[in-house]
Design a protein around this ligand. Structure first.
Ligand SMILES: Cc1cc2nc3c(=O)[nH]c(=O)nc-3n(C[C@H](O)[C@H](O)[C@H](O)COP(=O)(O)O)c2cc1C
Length: 199
């Protein structure tokens, strides 16, 4: 069955429409919509049903400023030592060490995984996948931002050490005029095989 023959149901439409957004408008968004997305996320399956996800919603401007400052410090180091291909990939997409989305988005959602649970990281990322589609349903945008250092987040937010930061999701409305395109997807026949792998 080709991609075109595949009937476009609600989920496929949402999944196709969703894209990473790194610039947000200053307009506020409803906390109710974010809670809705987290409610969807917690329906995800998890190893031994341990539900190892924990979410922290950040709204205070002072805290967002602090988080941005910390992340930009980390990113400066990361960008300096990133492999050449990644530097090129990032610069073509205007991704720098600067992370204005951490103060521009009305909400930040920190997602932690309880690493004592089986398959904790896999489970939490499944939940993040659910969350992204739920945000799309509510016409909210985000970027799954994954800073390369994470311990500071436990200290800042008073999170016990068995939890490890997986992603920071700045959530808001897309900035008007933001024209960064969704990245292309490989065609089905490059990623899907029947019975055995074929080049
Ligand atoms: C596990 C994971 C980590 C990511 N980390 C970052 C990140 O740290 N910073 C960032 O700007 N984008 C990050 N992204 C976003 C990807 O770059 C983006 O999803 C990808 O380029 C495809 O673009 P699209 O989401 O618009 O289709 C991450 C995505 C995933 C799934």
């Amino acid at each position: 069955m080709s991609e075109k023959e595949n009937e476009k149901g609600y989920l496929l439409k949402l999944a196709e429409r969703r894209k990473t957004v790194r610039e947000f408008s200053k307009n506020d968004v409803s906390l109710k919509d974010i809670l809705y997305a987290i409610n969807v996320a917690r329906q995800a399956p998890s190893g031994a049903n341990k539900q190892p996800w924990r979410f922290i919603i950040i709204r205070e401007n002072n805290k967002k400023e602090l988080i941005r400052k910390k992340c930009e410090e980390i990113e400066r180091k990361f960008h300096d030592r990133a492999p050449e291909w990644m530097k090129k990939w990032m610069s073509e997409r205007n991704i720098t060490w600067k992370k204005p989305f951490l103060t521009e988005a009305p909400y930040l959602v920190f997602v932690f995984a309880d690493i004592t649970a089986p398959m904790a990281v896999q489970s939490v990322w499944l939940a993040i996948g659910y969350l992204l589609l739920a945000l799309e349903e509510k016409e909210l945008s985000t970027v799954t931002y994954t800073p390369s250092e994470i311990k500071w987040a436990n200290e800042l937010l008073n999170v016990p050490n068995n939890y490890r930061l997986q992603a920071i999701l700045p959530i808001g409305k897309i900035r008007k005029g933001y024209n960064y395109k969704k990245q292309p997807r490989l065609p089905l026949d490059k990623i899907l095989f029947y019975e055995q792998y074929k080049e």
